[in-house]
Design a protein around this ligand. Structure first.
Ligand code: B3K
Ligand code: ZN
Length: 892
């Protein structure tokens, strides 16, 4: 399959004015009649009309009223070309598709008997022939016709302008979208659905209709999504002055969906996972995710829909920006400073856990990629999460107000247009009167920059010189990197842990008492001198994680413990603990390896136990755990050790089993040493009152449940009883699931029964059964055989993406020590599943294919087995473009 390059961008040959569509919806065969009014792009005179189409039956094609025959056009490689057409053209196209057989879940498909569409990125071309590219925008009118009994609800973008009955038990609905849009934002839904609806008054006084559509039995799970939608609408008005531009806004939940949700104009379609919630079935994390995703899709209405992308290389223009917006929304919804910090830490954790490895692996690509084979493979953590960090850096550099001015200018210039990342950067630079030329490298260079920091204190001169040196490792196709423009937020702590007022050399004295300064690192190496520094301070560098870089600074254990206790910046306070824990985990991992090698592998534990005791971490964690002045949610984050994946990324050669043993050992040791404090924290934060998903209550539950997970490490009767009681008495899914996990990872006698009871209680709740699969796939005792057995369970199916992710992805990505079993059995299983999914759903298959991305980081023996599994997939006949791209790049 061909590679597509950003540099080859060419403007469309024809622009679209209006699109009228008629659908005769039948699951076996749906007829689609499309009338497109187009005009030649004057800059593309003499070039063909180009329409894309995939898996379509072309029934009829007419141009300005005249039926075209096979001689009048060519279809090649999914493109239909018409030569010599006049400047003004009306095309009438009739196509058919087979929704029931569409397992790719792109284009028009059927889920549980209802019709849905997914068009981003290139799914519209599976519905009709069309200039299916984001820089071609048109005004749509859509007529839906279907059986009235089976499909009582007929929805599309915009406003309902007409509906009525038709002969033969059928009915119709006509929808008109007043805004021009690219085809990827088209949507229709037809089926047997019900909705919760509400009238909502905008700040301007205009009233809008809000609806959340679900299957009949789920009406008791829509309130949180509705609340989140209203909060999103208000937030975008207040923070960015952006108003909902439609009179009607709909969210529809669907059980079969490739991703999280889709921002179709006025008709957002969501994975049920990000809509349905009540305390019985949803955890605190689910509640928070629903709020974030509802916000995200709603915010796209301006960042993505009103201003869209010129081409798919610019994807981060809308995604990075919209993730940044949803992150800020969630933070503002919590409100408190500590809550904001917790949210920030959560977001950075995702970035480091998923994006840093991507940026260091074979699929590494810039935030604005230069090429792709299959665009669906580029909806990545780099484009989304690193893209959001890039947007956040504008705000860090320009300030909140400056950023807002930049946003205002962006909309003023580009409303209704399809634009580029450079256009966004120019709006920020112009509004802020700043030179952001070098900042462009954040878009063009892949890889995670390293920033090495060092300090020199001069007691006589009372100065502190901070030297920052940046570098960026090579990535595929990019050997040498140029320096980035990096905002580095810095603070200095005195001996008592208080922030110093900061003055830089050359400035008058501390006119402002700023205690955090944003330094701008633009060269490979740069020094900054602080004056008036009375004593040697401890530096707090990269506060708030002010840039997506890996910071290296040679802290002593004592300095880290000091920062954990005193840093006024909560992010760095947490970070210090993570550094300390990482250090300890790495040395334990090496000890495990040494114990194994020495031959007498009586017990790795006994060897670890004999290591010199290191109390720095234990003491610091104890202090945090017992500090009632700290937000429980924050304490939970501090108590959570870096994941096995995080540790793996720090190693030259990844040894999954040694990492696992080391981390388990440390958790057990901490549980023993802190048992009294843990029990007290459990009691203090456990209360049986009515459930509320607010940040304060969920923070307490989070702390209580991480404490429970530590106590469960002791695997004694007390822990079993605690877990069993919580499991029996919980009035919400958060507590229930945490207790079940504690049991499942223990040797408690009630463990089997607890899992079985859980299953029968929630058999009808697909999203809960997903959790049931995940819990078992990631359990410590799970191995490939466990997962194979679960895959034969009657409730398992690869056809439903959520279910596939709940078992297969959870195991391959979330249980490293079992997945990387030395005999390669995990990889054989992976290859089978990738191959099976490749046949039905290439997009989901390609996601799973990425689980072996980092194969070169493992021991030669494991590498060999992974390479074999990769080759097995590579040699599979009829490999999709999606999977082929991932596998080829992995093996390259
Ligand atoms: N824009 C969609 C993602 C579409 C993915 C296509 N493979 C959801 C979102 O980011 O909001
Ligand atoms: Zn998005």
């Amino acid at each position: 399959p061909p590679t597509i390059y950003r540099k080859d961008y060419a403007a469309p040959t024809y622009f679209v004015d209006t699109v009228e569509m008629g659908f005769d919806l039948e699951p076996e065969l749906t007829r689609v009649a499309t009338r497109i009014v187009m005009q030649r792009n004057p800059a593309a005179a003499g070039r063909d009309i180009e329409l894309y189409g995939e898996e379509l039956e072309l029934v009829q094609l007419r141009l300005n009223g005249k039926t075209l025959t096979a001689r009048d056009y060519r279809i090649q490689g999914g493109i239909l070309r018409i030569a010599g057409a006049p400047a003004k053209v009306t095309l009438e196209i009739e196509t058919t598709t087979q929704p029931q057989r569409n397992t790719s879940l792109m284009g028009l498909y059927v889920s549980n008997g209802n019709f849905f569409t997914q068009c981003e990125a290139e799914g519209f071309r599976k519905i009709t022939y069309f200039p299916d590219r984001p820089d071609v925008m048109g005004k749509y009118t859509v007529m839906l016709r279907a059986d009235k009994k089976l499909y009582p609800v007929l929805l599309s973008n915009g406003n309902l302008i007409e509906e009525g009955d038709l002969p033969g038990g059928r009915h119709y609905a006509k929808w008109e979208d007043p805004f021009k849009k690219p085809s990827y934002l088209f949507a229709l839904v037809a089926g047997n659905l019900v909705c919760q609806e509400e009238k909502y008054k905008l700040q301007s006084g205009r009233e809008v209709l809000l609806q959340v559509w679900v299957e009949e039995g789920n009406l008791d799970k829509t309130q949180h999504a509705m609340d989140s939608l209203k909060n999103s609408i208000r937030w975008d008005e207040e923070r960015f002055g952006l108003e909902l531009d439609l009179d009607r806004f709909m969210i529809v939940a669907v059980g079969d969906f490739n991703m999280g949700a889709m921002e179709n104009k006025g008709l957002n379609i969501f994975n049920t996972k990000f809509v349905l919630a009540n305390p019985r079935i949803a955890t605190d994390v689910d509640y928070a995710n629903i709020e974030a995703v509802v916000g995200h899709e709603y915010f796209h209405n301006w960042t993505g829909n009103r201003v869209t992308c010129r081409d798919w290389f610019q994807l981060s223009l809308k995604e990075g920006l919209t993730v940044f917006r949803d992150q800020e929304f969630s933070a503002d919804m919590i409100g408190s400073d500590s809550g904001r910090a917790v949210k920030r830490i959560d977001d950075v954790r995702v970035l480091r856990q998923a994006q840093f490895p991507e940026d260091a692996g074979p699929m590494a690509h810039p935030v604005r990629p230069d090429s792709f084979v299959e665009i669906n493979n580029f909806y990545t953590v780099t484009v989304y999460e690193k893209g959001a960090e890039v947007v956040r850096m504008y705000q860090t550099l320009l300030g909140r107000d400056g950023f807002r001015k930049g946003m205002d200018l962006y909309f003023q210039r580009h409303d209704g247009q399809a634009v580029t990342c450079d256009d966004f950067r120019a709006a920020m630079a112009d509004a802020g009167k700043r030179d952001l030329k070098q900042f462009e490298r954040w878009y063009s260079q892949a890889g995670t920059p390293r920033v090495a920091a060092s300090v020199r204190y001069d007691a006589k001169a009372k100065t502190l010189e901070l030297t920052l040196e940046q570098s960026c490792p090579p990535t595929p196709g990019q050997k040498k990197k140029l320096p980035f423009h990096i905002p580095v937020a810095v603070g200095l702590l005195d001996r008592k842990g208080r922030d110093l007022a900061l003055t830089l050399a050359g400035e008058k004295t501390a006119k402002s008492a700023a205690t955090t300064r944003v330094l701008e690192l633009t060269q490979a190496k740069q020094s900054f001198t602080f004056t008036n520094v009375a004593e040697k301070p401890v530096p707090s560098i990269l506060r708030g994680f002010s840039a997506p870089v890996a910071l290296e600074y040679d802290y002593s254990d004592a300095e880290l413990a000091f920062l954990m206790a005193h840093d006024s910046d909560p992010f760095n306070r947490w970070e210090a603990g993570q550094r300390l824990a990482t250090r300890r985990l790495l040395s334990l991992t090496i000890a495990v390896q040494a114990a194994r090698q020495s031959g007498h592998v009586v017990s790795v534990d006994s060897v670890l136990n004999s290591l010199q005791h290191d109390s720095a971490l234990t003491d610091a964690l104890r202090a945090t755990l017992n500090d009632a002045s700290l937000d429980p949610a924050f304490r939970e984050l501090v108590l959570t050790l870096p994941s096995e994946t995080m540790i793996a990324e720090q190693m030259e050669v990844i040894d999954p089993q040694a990492i696992h043993a080391a981390r388990q050992f440390l958790r057990r040791t901490l549980a023993k040493e802190l048992s009294a404090d843990l029990l007290k924290a459990y009691r203090d934060n456990h209360h049986g009152g009515a459930y509320s998903p607010d940040a304060a209550s969920s923070g307490k539950r989070a702390l209580k449940n991480v404490v429970l997970s530590y106590l469960a490490e002791l695997d004694d009767e007390q822990a079993h009883t605690l877990a069993q009681q919580q499991c029996d008495n919980a009035n919400n899914m958060t507590d229930r699931l945490a207790a079940l996990a504690a049991l499942a990872n223990s040797g408690a006698t009630g463990k089997r029964k607890a899992l079985e009871d859980f299953y029968s209680e929630f058999e009808q709740e697909a999203l809960v059964i997903d959790k049931w699969f995940t819990l078992q796939a990631t359990a410590r005792t799970a191995d490939v055989e466990t997962v194979r057995t679960l895959a034969r369970h009657p409730a398992f199916t690869l056809k439903n993406p959520n279910r596939a992710r709940s078992l297969i992805f959870s195991f391959c990505n979330g249980n490293p020590s079992a997945f990387h079993a030395l005999d390669g059995s995990g990889y054989a299983f992976w290859a089978e599943q990738v191959i099976a999914l490749n046949g039905s759903n290439p997009q989901v298959a390609a996601r799973l294919a990425r689980s072996l991305d980092r194969w070169r980081k493992y021991s030669p023996a494991l590498q060999e087995r992974m390479r074999n599994a990769l080759r097995q997939v590579a040699d599979t006949p009829k490999l999709s473009r999606d999977v082929a791209e991932v596998i080829t790049k992995s093996l390259a």
